[in-house]
Design a binder for this molecule. Structure first.
Ligand code: NAD
Length: 261
């Protein structure tokens, strides 16, 4: 399948799953806008590497997903520098693990802003262009935690359940415009986000690192294997194909069987 001529905006694409989406879209010929935090030199190496490897245009936006105006600016930048936003992937996300009575209020606000509200702001800004062109693909990275909960992740689970609801609502609103809106719900994918939560999970549950990996993370997944970022990205590429034109409002699990149980 070719995405040549399409432009994909992927939030939180300087790392992990987001970077895998951007590379997978570029591999199909799409121009891409990268977004996220990180060391400037490393981001530039990634950006220019994508251009060289795949022969597409790749630009970078430093927009902070906690700021509505910067999110709107990111969509404007893609329209201005790449010509359109045909594929929008709301992927930026953070985690914090803590019992609810100790959960820092600013962490709650930050997680709801980045993991949920940023998708609202980006969709709101991107939909008019998609409607005008009569084609669009909106994809959210939700999580198995959009379907089931785990203790100590109150903000994350709330935001992810919220994004599943936002996905369904938008799907209904844009259904007659050849725009689809879906969320992908991975189980555990070995990325910096997962690695960073291990120390707090060790503390909250009184476990060693190996016990957290085996008894908490992989315990949830019947296959006993991590999902890979590339597997998640391949599903997103499929959602952009004509074959997926009637898949909309769906919450697609890719979780080694976690939510089947
Ligand atoms: P990651 O930490 O590797 O990447 C997160 C990305 O978001 C980075 O590019 C980071 O710079 C960016 N980001 C963070 N705060 C930001 C902000 N304020 N503004 C802009 N960008 C910001 O994590 P990941 O595991 O690749 O997670 C990507 C998405 O996948 C998240 O929404 C996460 O909830 C979801 N997810 C991850 C897993 C997993 O097991 N890793 C499972 C299910 C869902």
């Amino acid at each position: 399948m070719s995405l040549k001529g399409k432009v994909a905006v992927v939030t939180g694409s300087t790392s992990g799953i987001g970077l895998a989406y951007a590379r997978a879209f570029a591999a199909e010929g799409a121009d891409v806008l990268l977004n996220g935090f990180g060391e400037a030199g490393a981001i530039e190496t990634e950006r220019s590497g994508i251009e060289r490897e795949f022969g597409v245009k790749a630009i970078y936006s430093p927009a902070d997903m906690t700021r509505a105006a910067e999110i709107a600016g990111m969509i404007e930048q893609a329209n201005r520098e790449l010509g359109s936003v045909d594929i929008l992937v709301n992927n930026a996300g953070v985690q914090h693990v803590s019992p609810i009575e100790d959960f820092p209020i600013e962490k709650w606000d930050q997680i709801i802003a980045i993991n949920l509200s940023s998708a609202f702001h980006a969709i709101r800004a991107a939909v008019p262009g998609m409607k005008a062109r009569g084609w669009g693909r909106i994809i959210q990275t939700a999580s198995a935690h959009s379907l089931v909960a785990s203790p100590f992740k109150s903000a994350y689970v709330s935001a992810k359940h919220g994004i599943a609801g936002l996905t369904k609502t938008v799907a209904l609103e844009v259904a007659t415009h050849k725009i689809t809106c879906n969320c992908i719900s991975p189980g555990y994918v070995w990325t910096p986000l997962v690695e960073r939560q291990i120390p707090d999970t060790m503390k909250a549950r009184g476990l060693t690192k190996e016990q957290v990996i085996q008894d908490v993370l992989l315990q949830a997944q019947p296959t006993k294997e991590f999902v890979t970022s590339e597997q998640v990205a391949a599903l997103a590429v499929f959602l952009c194909s004509d074959a997926a034109a009637q898949i909309t409002g769906a919450n697609l699990s890719i979780d080694g069987g976690w939510t089947a149980g």
